[in-house]
Design a protein around this ligand. Structure first.
Ligand code: JFZ
Length: 417
């Protein structure tokens, strides 16, 4: 077993987490990229810092919502690309303690989630549109660079890297045990040793030996000998990788698909394109059936509340998880091929059949003739009839399989898979 596999044991067991994108961008409420996308000048973005006063911020309510949804860990943006820090950093004045919020919001988050028994993660943006030594990103104007005073100023990138290291050190020193460090993100030549990533990861592991780190510092997590900074888990974004993820040694790579509930990470007042609870549950099942995790995002508003539609989805997912969580936690991919009617998750000799398309008759389980000891409906525990195909030789494939009958078994509703 490699180190990565050992470190991620709890993570692969937990399977389901809450991603939280929250910062100044909740005030304009047009998504977390608003400053870059709309090329807002420093002056245009500055007021949000002086207005940021989340009077409804109650991380205990967030933690309760996560727990009730069946989530076992969370990852919160300590600093997003706009550079604003939710924590009390010694190295910048651009932080929550200097805004009307007047307190360390990360401290409260860590305590609240820990108290609910959830694991705690920190998202930290490598990109920084506020720091004067961070270069423009691609063809997007760095908001500070758009400002005359900064345009001609030579940058000293190493000063930014020092800042990044110093802040990560603060985050992993001042808040007790942290379970996940989620960096975001590398691009073009801004990757790996540009961040002095080997040094950074050694520092991280000296402070938090058990922490797991995502793959966005750069490197190749799939290599047979990955870089020190290549990460413990891969982070596909807004997709579920079609065939899971396997490295060059043929070993499974831990992964976590991060998925939004609507079409934005940060709060967006007009974006009502929410997924249904059924879509979310099926995406979660799909992740587990391919050996991965799902990190489901919420974007709290400027006053600190998770939007109501998001809470409603979480609570519906939680209801499903209460009855069916056994088919998620500690489960992974099955060796059996995907059945026609849905997906399998598996935990040892226990096979979970997630029925997405019930069809009109019994469900066919290819290859399982004589192998099914007992079939039960997970949602209510009732037994289900198993039968062998009649005149099996008449049909292709059916000689190896068995049927399970749902007839008479009421699926409480069509979310029950
Ligand atoms: C990044 C951020 O820019 C975004 O705001 C959000 O925080 C998200 C979780 O991460 O977006 C990315 C990062 C990487 C890719 C795409 C979007 N990528 O590698 O394709």
């Amino acid at each position: 077993m490699n180190k990565r596999w050992e470190r991620t044991a709890w993570f692969r067991e937990a399977r389901f987490g809450m991603f939280i994108h929250w910062g100044l961008y909740a005030i304009p409420a047009r998504g977390e990229w608003v400053r870059s996308v709309e090329k807002l000048s420093n002056e245009a973005y500055e007021p949000y810092f002086h207005e940021f006063d989340p009077d409804r911020y109650d991380p205990r309510a967030w933690a309760r919502a996560a727990k009730a949804a069946g989530q076992q860990y969370a990852v919160l943006t300590t600093k997003h690309h706009d550079g604003f820090c939710l924590f009390d950093s010694e190295f910048t004045a651009y932080k929550a303690t200097n805004s009307p919020a007047q307190r360390d919001l990360i401290q409260e988050y860590v305590e609240a989630f820990r108290d609910e028994g959830l694991k705690v993660g920190f998202y930290y943006s490598l990109i920084d549109w506020h720091h004067e030594d961070y270069p423009a990103y691609g063809d997007r104007i760095h908001p500070m660079r758009g400002n005359e005073a900064f345009r001609n100023k030579a940058i000293q990138f190493e000063r930014y890297v020092d800042y990044l290291h110093a802040q990560v050190k603060e985050l992993l020193t001042n808040y007790g045990k942290i379970d996940i460090m989620w960096f975001d993100f590398s691009y073009d030549e801004m990757t790996g040793e540009k961040w002095r990533a080997t040094e950074l990861v050694h520092m991280i592991r000296s402070l938090q030996p058990d922490i797991i780190i995502d793959n966005r510092l750069g490197g190749n997590i799939k290599a047979s000998e990955p870089e020190v900074y290549a990460g413990d888990f891969y982070s596909p974004e807004q997709i579920v990788p079609p065939g899971g993820i396997v490295d060059q040694n043929g070993l499974n790579v831990p992964w976590e698909a991060c998925i939004t509930l609507n079409d934005n990470w940060g709060y967006h007042a007009k974006d009502q394109a929410y997924k249904s609870p059924k879509q979310v549950i099926r995406a979660l099942v799909e992740c587990i059936s391919k050996g991965g995790n799902m990190l489901l995002n919420v974007g709290p508003d400027a006053r600190g509340e998770i939007p109501k539609p998001s809470l409603e989805i979480l609570s519906a997912v939680g209801e499903w998880m209460q009855r069916n969580g056994e088919s998620i936690y500690g489960c992974g991919a099955s060796e059996l091929p995907k059945p026609e009617w849905g997906r399998y998750t598996q935990n040892g000799s226990m096979l979970y059949a997630h029925v997405f398309d019930r069809g009109i008759g019994p469900l066919y389980f290819s290859g399982l003739k004589g192998k099914i000891k007992k079939a039960r409906l997970l949602a209510d525990g009732s037994e289900l009839k198993v039968s062998l195909p009649w005149m099996a030789e008449q049909y292709s494939d059916t000689a190896s399989g068995a049927f399970i009958h749902l007839t008479g078994a009421e699926l409480p509703d069509d979310r029950d898979t």
